[in-house]
Design a protein around this ligand. Structure first.
Ligand SMILES: Nc1ncnc2c1ncn2[C@@H]1O[C@H](COP(=O)(O)OP(=O)(O)O)[C@@H](O)[C@H]1O
Ligand SMILES: [Mg+2]
Length: 402
């Protein structure tokens, strides 16, 4: 066994095409940020008063995923903090909250608790009335004259879970404060987020707004080229690799994350096959792999009821003729599994709606077909590729405890 592992590890160490793989990791902070100069400068000029601990306008940033919002804001706040610290100042606190993380932003209480813990203090995980947590927060920040800059990344996710009242409460706190001041930076991947929130919140959170447009394919190539420089051994990349990754990523919406993922996954596949070069074929394979992972990810993160319905469809697909699944059958199966897992049964109407959602997600394909005298029905076809179905089933069984 030992020598078998020796073989694996030695060939891995020897044949690596990577110089430093972490450069391609999503959370790696690159040294340069091409094609975001104007956005970065706009953010910097709005946040500049923070250098003196003065209140800055609330700022709202939006743009599709992978357009460099998180990276740019973190870059600017880091630069500001560096300058404040170098000058010996300590009247600025930057608090970064990722509202997408579970257990961080699903209640107003949790968000506040998270903010308070970033300030080095703590409140009990549950139990206090929300008002008391606000009082505690005010007490902590009022100890000195300072600016508390709260960055709420993916703030739309929190609003979806809690409603926008917490944003209103936060922006209103300033009127109660004597020493400290609070400014908010909201970031959203959802372009229409601001249209649907309370007008009072909109006007106060959106004092300033900056749009991050998606990158085009050429810009994505530049980004990839810069990141690849630190990541790969020289000469291992085939001509055209950047263009291909960029083209794939631009097809969706100019997503830099997708472009980087493609390059990294392709390189990992190449390495696993002991290839000395990263050739174009690996980009195609990487694209397939990422699509698959995305599908499994969706399945894993669906709500329980949705998972039960999907599990019913999967089960029917395995047993029966693939093209013959009807809504009624799914509903029967679904009821069976509800009983098994002791989950409340939704109405057929609601189940139909959820099935329509699966269609939009690309998990299934729904066709309305006529069955002669029996009227029209909806025929369901599972779109999860066959080789992925066992894994999908396993994920659902774990999640549902079946
Ligand atoms: N201009 C750029 N230069 C280098 N890397 C970038 C650039 N824009 C985005 N990235 C990288 O792409 C990924 C997604 O960027 P991110 O800022 O998280 O996007 P968003 O927050 O808009 O979804 C991150 O890994 C980030 O480092
Ligand atoms: Mg982001």
């Amino acid at each position: 066994m030992g020598s078998a592992l020796d073989n694996i590890f030695n060939s891995y160490a020897g044949g690596s095409i990577f110089k430093n793989k972490s450069v391609l990791q999503i959370n790696y902070t690159p040294e340069t940020i091409p094609h975001r100069n104007s956005q970065i400068e706009a953010v910097a000029s709005i946040l500049a008063p923070a250098l003196k601990g003065e209140r800055v306008s609330n700022l709202f940033l939006y743009g599709k995923t992978g357009s460099g919002k998180t990276l740019s804001v973190q870059y600017v706040t880091k630069e500001i903090l560096k300058r404040v610290t170098d000058a010996g100042g300590d009247n600025l606190r930057v608090i970064y909250i990722n509202c997408k993380l579970k257990k961080v932003a699903d209640t107003e209480y949790r968000i506040l608790a998270e903010i308070i813990s970033s300030l080095g203090e703590s409140v009990p995980a549950t139990g206090l009335p929300t008002d008391a947590v606000y009082s505690k927060f005010i007490e902590i920040i009022e100890r000195k004259k300072q600016l508390i800059l709260i960055v709420m990344d993916e703030v739309d996710q929190a609003v979806k879970k809690i409603s926008d009242s917490f944003l209103y409460n936060l922006t209103r706190l300033n009127s109660e404060l004597k020493n400290a001041q609070i400014s908010l930076v909201g970031i959203s991947n959802n372009l229409t987020f601001m249209d649907n929130i309370d007008p009072r919140v909109r006007s106060s959170l959106g004092e300033e707004e900056i749009v991050f447009p998606p990158y085009n394919a050429l810009q994505l190539q530049d980004i990839l080229r810069e990141r690849a420089e630190g990541a790969f051994v020289e000469g291992v990349l085939d001509e055209g690799v950047f263009a291909k990754c960029a083209a794939f990523a631009a097809r969706e919406h100019g997503d830099a994350r997708r472009a980087l993922d493609l390059l990294r996954v392709a390189a990992e596949l190449a390495e696993r096959e002991h290839s000395k070069k990263l050739t174009m074929e690996f980009i195609d394979k990487a694209n397939q792999k990422i699509e698959k992972d995305k599908m499994l990810d969706i399945i894993e993160n669906e709500p329980r009821q949705h998972q039960l319905i999907l599990y019913s469809i999967l089960n029917l697909t395995n047993k029966e003729d693939k093209n013959e699944i009807f809504t009624g059958q799914v509903y029967n199966k679904y009821q069976e599994f509800c009983q098994k897992t002791k989950v409340e049964v939704l109405t057929q109407r609601r189940v139909s709606d959820i099935i329509a959602e699966f269609d939009m997600l690309g998990l299934i394909n729904v066709d309305v077909v006529s069955r002669g005298r029996m009227g029209r029905t909806r025929e369901i076809k599972l779109m999860v590729p066959e080789n992925l179905q066992p894994k999908a089933k396993e994920i659902l069984e774990t999640a549902l405890n079946i």
